[in-house]
Structure formats: C-alpha cells, structure tokens
Design a protein around this ligand. Sequence first.
Ligand code: MN
Ligand code: MN
Length: 474
Amino acid sequence: MDKKAMKPSNGIFKREEGLSGLSPKERKAMEAYCADYMGFLGKAKTERRAYAESVALLERNGFRPLDSFKTLKTGDRFYRGYHGKTLLAAIVGKRSPAMGVDVVGGHTDAPRIDLKPVPLTEKGGLAYFDTHYYGGIKKYQWLVRPLALYGVVCKPDGTRIDIAIGDDPVDPIFMITDILPHLGQEQAKKALSEAIPGESLDLLIASEPCPKASDDKDVKEKVKLNVLRMLGEKYGITEEDLVSAELEIVPAGMPREMGFDRSMIAGYGHDDRICAYAGLRALIDQGDVPERTAVVIMCDKEEIGSVGATGMDSSFFENSIAELLFRYDAKGYSDIVTRRALEASRMLSADVTNASDPLFSDLDAPNNTAILNAGGCFNKYTGSRGKSGANDARAEFLASLRGVFAKHKVAWQIGELGKVDKGGGGTIALFMSRFGMDVVDLGTPLLNMHAPCEVAAKFDAYMTYRAYWAFFKG
Ligand code: MN
Ligand code: MN
C-alpha cells in the first residue's frame, strides 16, 4: 500500500507538514504574524477595545465605513460597525455578491467578570465592586490574581468616559481575595463548582477611609465614600453614573511567549480574539481582489449565547448583506436577491476549540481531539448530548475545503470538543446556518480555554490565519 495514501490514525492529516516542515521564510512569517497578534491581544482587552483596534487596522489598510460609499464596486474595501462592539468588514469580489459571499466569522467578547448595575459596597472597612460573571468561567481561577478594570461610563448628557485601569505599569490593580490555606479546610472539602459562589466574586478596590469624613460619625461607609470622591475627582463619575456603565474585570497583564522554545502564546482572551484577528488579517492581507466577496465578522455576545443586538442571533449580518447588495446594484436589489445571496454564501465559523491536554487526556475523544502544533482544527459539529444544538456541516463542504487547503499548503486537523457525553459547547455557526449557507467551525486549539490565561501554539495561530486566507483565495 502506498504509504502516502495511509491516513494517520490520530486524526491529524497534515502534521508532518507542521512546525518542522516550515521553511525559514515561513517561520519568519509565523513569528511576525504572532508578534502582531500579541500586540492586538494586549490592547483588545474588551469587545469594545477589540472593535476599536480592528477599525484602526482596517482604516490603515484602505477600508472605509460603509456609509461613506454611495455605491460599491469590485475591489472596494468597507466596514460596518454596530454599537462599537460588532464589526463586519469586506472586500467586494470580482463576481457579484448576489452570487453569495465567503464569510469568516469570529467573536471578540471573552469570558470575564462584569460589574453589577449598583456595584459599590463596603464590608468590614473595605470597599468592593459587586459583580456578575459573563460567560462560562471556572470561578476559582479568577481569585488571587491581578485584575484590571476596563469599560465605559455613560452620562445622560451623552458623554462617555473610557476607563482602563490595571495594565499601565504605573496603574494599580485589583483582586478577588481567597481564604488562606490555614483556614481553608472547610472550603477544601467542597466541590469545585460550589466552593466559590458567583455572589462571592467581589472585587477589592479600596481600604482607606475618606480623609474628609474620618471624624464624622454620621458617615457610615467612609471607604466607599473615598472611592466615590476619587471617581468624582478623576473621572467626574457619580454613584448613579455607574448604573449606565459597562465595566469589565479582566486579567491584568500582557500576552507572553511561553515555553523555553517560545512556541506558545499565553494570554487572556484567545477565545476568540485569536480567530477573529486571524480572519481580519486574512482579509486585509488578501492582495489581489478575491473572486467572491470576502467578509469578516467580529461579533459580540457569543459567550452568552449570541444574544442581543450585537450578537449573531440578531439581524446585523443579514442587514449588512442587504446594504452591500443594495449599494452594489440598487436597480437589481430585491428581497429575493438578498435571500438567494445569503443561501449561496459559505462560512468558516472562526472559533477556538479544545486542544488535548496530556495531563487530562482521559477527556479526549480517541483520534478526534485537536493537538497543539497541528494547525487550525475543524469541528464538523459542536453541541452536546448527541450533537444537540450543533450545526453539523455538510460532507461536500468539508471536502471542498480540504481541496482548498491542500492547494495552499495549509496544515489543518479535525476534532471534537472531548469525549461523547462529557460536555460540549456551541459557536455562532448555528446562527449563520439559519440562512441556508454552508458553515463549518474552524479555529485554533487552546489549552485552558476560558481560563484567565489561555494557551495557543504559534503554529496553530498562524495556520488558522493561513486557512482563512486560503478560504477567501479559493
Ligand atoms: Mn469562542
Ligand atoms: Mn468560548
């Protein structure tokens, strides 16, 4: 039997073309790409900041807001933002977008801890922000680590105050504290899922009483008052202003290279900025105008079910395609043209997946779990309990993508999110498949997904980008 025709048994089809197979030139390109990505990730600590960074990058590369185009023609580069959180960018292809578009869609929100609408409290002479976590987190992972505070505070007069505290080396950081081991015996007996209740995730923010009120017996919460005094002086924020705020607690610190060999990147928010950024760069780096219109989505709210106006379960994508078609051919535009275009579209749902962790390998689906350094990973389906809630991609679509990746020498792998019945998950694939288009998940495998610090291999980050680039190129 021809050795080349034999399929490796571990589900990795291109690993022999992996890291060691990279030419010096490709390795240089990989390092340059990963350095760019780490720069982006360090600045994109929230979905709003990911949006702002992405818009800046698009503008530097000749993309303009859709509203500035009265008409669109082949080669035009535009973007359309929504509420400063969800972003769509595209290059109009050589063929009419009415024949369908190629989409790479990822999300820029990440698991985190949000402030409650009335967050400021004082307990036992310490001031705290009361919180409500966002997305699937293992709560204990967020204790006793330096945390930063990012977000916006909006006032009725229309002013918006941007907050970013904790990542500038001169900034203070914040923390959620934990019991010392000496007194932690009862806690240690509890199940991990119960040891840290969500309601106990309070952020310690201050300890000094307000100097002006130190002798005033009528003032009960002097530390809280001091925080309000400082917020007022520095930002002009009142306690009521915190009601109309979006303040997010995220890990402090920048992404770092990891390992003696520097082959990995550790950082907060790989899920899913690593894929969203890869899509964005794949679009920007297209070079020649692609045959089909190339579209990138960087959406919000994936981690809580793609809900809301900025999530993919909204009309944003559909409306954006309608705007594109109308500007491309106002005379030929109609509802049925839009529906046909949506149905004829194709999509890579760009979201991360689980990488096999040899320390927890009993969770791996045999032969069907992604590994580090083997490229971006297809998930033909996600879901749980018998593929429930999955978009199960069509074999014909996967086959066509295999052809594209072989043509462009892209390393890839395919896997599931762990053993059957062990759990599961979902992505935006489901919401996009509603339009009748072909969708399949393809993203970067991660170690400790959803942890405050996630790990990806540089090779996989780079190959994910290459996969998206090749998809657009065709
Ligand atoms: Mn994700
Ligand atoms: Mn996620």
